[in-house]
Design a binder for this molecule. Structure first.
Ligand code: GRG
Length: 295
């Protein structure tokens, strides 16, 4: 399999799915829909929907049922980026190679558009009930999504990150932050893909462990890229962690050690995936590619 060709094909497919679920830019609230769509169509890598769809395929699930969830996870992720860029948090001007949402539509619309996207994700997931008789799969998947993105998931992790900004952090605290602010959404992607395809609790728990490691590796690579990449490649300024005096895996352990940890975590995740009786070669190649990603 030519991974790069296959990846491009699958990203195109995801773009089509996302387009199909975006709000219409009409009515009195058209301005907010525009802000939501601007941020959603900004050229992200679509890692989370890819992981969701591929995990669904791994377990032989119905792709149509997973589609609203694939769009929804990108909405939740994009909401987190819009809010992360706001003046109250990171105050960033560029994201995905373009001006950030609040820089284009104003701060109030950045706040509102972000929350609206989070809500719209749930409106989108609810559409899955009309696509299946297996309603309990949709309920379980929505429960996972809500838990992994909320107080005890992504938002909780982000709050601990913000609260400890500028303070010394040890490895335990850093792992906690990364496992929540980043891994939780990767776990949600892969676990919902699995559940919608009918994976049992034991398999879903294995997927959760693999996804947790993938998420942590993904965030550590993000730390490394902030040092070694370029603004052109990343679509946002590099060196922002240093500028903001942020403690990261790189500041704690250096680039070499951080890269080694990324490889170990990825290998642990692949061992879990390879140990399953179900196989998805593309999913494994995708996980491998994240370790050496350049953006
Ligand atoms: C609700 C006020 C408020 C804030 C929410 C939850 C949150 C803020 C932020 C999430 C934390 C965050 C931005 C974590 C970083 C995770 C990460 C590495 C994001 C970048 O993901 P990519 O590389 O981005 O997949 P693209 O642009 O490719 O989608």
């Amino acid at each position: 399999m030519n991974f790069q060709t296959e990846l491009e094909k699958k990203v195109k497919e995801i773009e089509g799915i996302i387009q199909g679920f975006l709000p219409k830019e009409e009515g009195f609230q058209a301005a907010m829909a525009k802000a939501m769509n601007y941020s959603m169509c900004g050229g992200g890598k679509r890692i989370r929907p890819l992981l969701l769809m591929e995990t669904c395929r791994l377990f032989g699930g119905e792709e149509k049922l997973a589609e609203p969830f694939a769009a929804a996870i990108e909405m939740i992720h994009t909401h987190s980026l819009i809010h992360d860029d706001l003046p109250a948090i990171d105050n960033d001007d560029y994201r995905r190679g373009r001006l950030t949402t609040h820089r284009v539509f104003g701060e109030a619309m950045g706040v509102l558009g972000g929350v609206a996207l989070l809500n719209y994700a749930y409106e989108t997931m609810l559409q899955a009930f009309a696509l299946t008789q297996k309603k309990e799969r949709v309920i379980t998947a929505m429960k996972i999504m809500a838990a992994k993105t909320g107080l005890y998931g992504m938002l909780g992790g982000q709050s601990v990150d913000v609260e400890n900004d500028g303070k010394p952090l040890d490895r335990e605290m850093l792992d906690y932050i990364y496992r929540h602010k980043t891994s939780a959404l990767i776990e949600a992607s892969m676990m919902t893909g699995a559940v919608l395809a009918g994976a049992d609790e034991e398999k879903t728990a294995l997927i959760q462990r693999a996804a947790g490691n993938i998420g942590l590796a993904f965030q550590i690579r993000d730390d490394v890229l902030d040092v070694i990449s370029t603004k052109e490649e990343l679509g946002k300024p590099v060196g922002s962690d240093e500028k903001n005096h942020k403690i990261t895996y790189v500041t704690l352990y250096g680039i070499e050690e951080a890269s080694k940890r990324t490889e170990e975590l990825s290998k642990e995740a692949l061992d879990i995936l390879n140990g399953l009786e179900q196989k998805n070669e593309f999913l494994c190649l995708l996980v491998e590619s994240l370790v050496s990603r350049r953006k």
